[in-house]
Write a protein that binds this ligand. Structure first.
Ligand SMILES: *Cc1c(COP(=O)(O)O)cnc(C)c1O
Length: 400
């Protein structure tokens, strides 16, 4: 079989990168190597190392297999696939998105360092900086990352080792200009990290726009089926990749082989799923924008969204996440979340099934009382890939 190369299209890479048929059996899908340790051929004679540096196959970055915390072939297949999809020199797969974030912060920051984070960051990201990193001497400052000049000013006022960006943000779907922020970060000697969870690599490739690191909760669109929790980092610099891999092994935050296998299975259909998420998301946003019981819709595909132009420039599509403010206030928003038939009331996002939630009381409860607090009448939708007429009818009925 011809080897996959980076010039192949996204859909091809998603299905084949890191996933050459098994050399021994010809299995077309990477097996689940549910194993902790590996036989050595004489002390230090590790198997699987022959592929090291060959640029293909799950052995690409290993000198051979000795212990699955350090390297596992199924995880390696996922890591190689994600590196190809993000256009990075390397990717690393973790037990969760938060484990990936923790690894990144500890690899690039030291006590005394400062980080700029989005003022509407994912709640778990805020909690990591506010309740965990702060105790280890890494401080943070929330900034509206959709406002490049505000970030530049915060950089001048506070300095930072790292600018942390989400775009689109969770749950307000604001858009940051990745290329412009890369320039702000690099001109001050800082790194730019982009949480690409909401867009997925199919819609947006931050490394190509100048970011140094991409972060994923693979739990969301990459896995895509609400059946596995995982995280990933992808980087454009080989030295940074080495430091991250060292830390991942040293602290033991890698994901397990079955989780990697499930995630890879999801990734194969990412492109077709995202196309449908984008179509359905746009139609839901358009319906909500014209509904009398909706006060405001947050969807970057709407022409009046403040980040629309930047999103159109740096994204291939606008995704399936839609938030809106219920005109009836908090009580009406909460009540609606319990009244849908197809949209399941639950946290998380990015799966094939539609979800509805109330961020202030659910995903973002940890930012209550902080500068990151979200409006209490906000409802967040993860628009799935069900029949769009059914989804629209469900929302109309629940809005009343
Ligand atoms: C879910 C999420 C995370 C955290 O990922 P986990 O897999 O839940 O640990 C980080 N960032 C964003 C934007 C998320 O939605």
């Amino acid at each position: 079989m011809a080897q996959i190369d980076r010039g192949d299209g996204f859909e091809t890479l998603a299905i084949h990168a890191g996933q050459e048929p098994d050399p021994l059996t010809g299995a077309v899908v990477p097996p689940i190597y549910q194993v902790s340790t590996y036989k050595q051929d004489g002390v230090g004679g590790l198997r699987g190392g022959s592929m090291a540096g060959a640029g293909t196959g799950p052995g690409r970055w290993v000198e051979g297999y000795e212990y699955s915390r350090t390297a596992n072939p199924t995880r390696g297949a996922l890591e190689e696939c994600l590196a190809a999809l993000e256009g990075g020199v390397r990717a690393l797969a973790f037990a969760s998105g938060m484990a990936a974030e923790d690894c990144l912060v500890r690899a690039v920051c030291q006590p005394g360092d400062h980080v700029l984070i989005p003022h509407d960051a994912y709640g778990g990201t805020f909690r990591l900086f506010d309740k965990v990193m702060a105790h280890w001497g890494v401080t943070y400052h929330p900034v509206p990352v959709s406002d490049t000049e505000a970030v530049r000013a915060a950089m001048a006022a506070h300095g930072a080792r790292l600018i942390w960006v989400e775009t689109p943000t969770n749950p307000l779907l604001s858009i940051a200009d990745i290329g412009a922020l890369a320039e702000v970060a690099h001109s001050a000697g800082a790194l730019l990290a982009v949480d690409n969870t909401f867009a997925s690599p199919y819609l947006q490739q931050p490394l190509a726009l100048g970011a140094d690191t991409v972060i994923h909760s693979t739990t969301k669109y990459l896995g895509g089926h609400s059946d596995v929790v995982g995280g990933a980092l992808a980087v454009s610099d080989a030295d940074l990749a080495e430091r991250l891999a060292f830390l991942q092994n040293a602290v033991g935050s890698a994901g397990g082989p079955f989780d990697a296998w499930l995630t890879l299975r999801g990734v194969k259909t990412l492109a077709v799923r995202m196309d449908r998420h984008c179509d359905n998301g746009a139609q839901v946003a358009a319906m909500l924008a014209n509904h009398p019981r909706v006060a405001q819709v947050y969807y970057p595909g709407l022409a009046d969204h403040p980040g629309h132009e930047v999103a159109a420039k740096q994204m291939r599509g606008f995704g399936g996440m839609v938030s809106f403010r219920h005109a009836g206030g908090e009580a009406a928003a909460v009540e609606m979340c319990g009244r849908t038939r197809l949209f399941t009331l639950g946290e998380s996002l990015g799966g094939v099934e539609s979800l509805i939630e109330h961020p202030a009381r659910m995903t973002h409860a940890s930012v209550a009382g902080s500068p990151l607090e979200v409006p209490s009448d906000l409802v967040r939708l993860s628009v799935g890939i069900e029949n769009i007429d059914d989804l629209i009818e469900d929302l109309r009925a629940a809005l009343g």
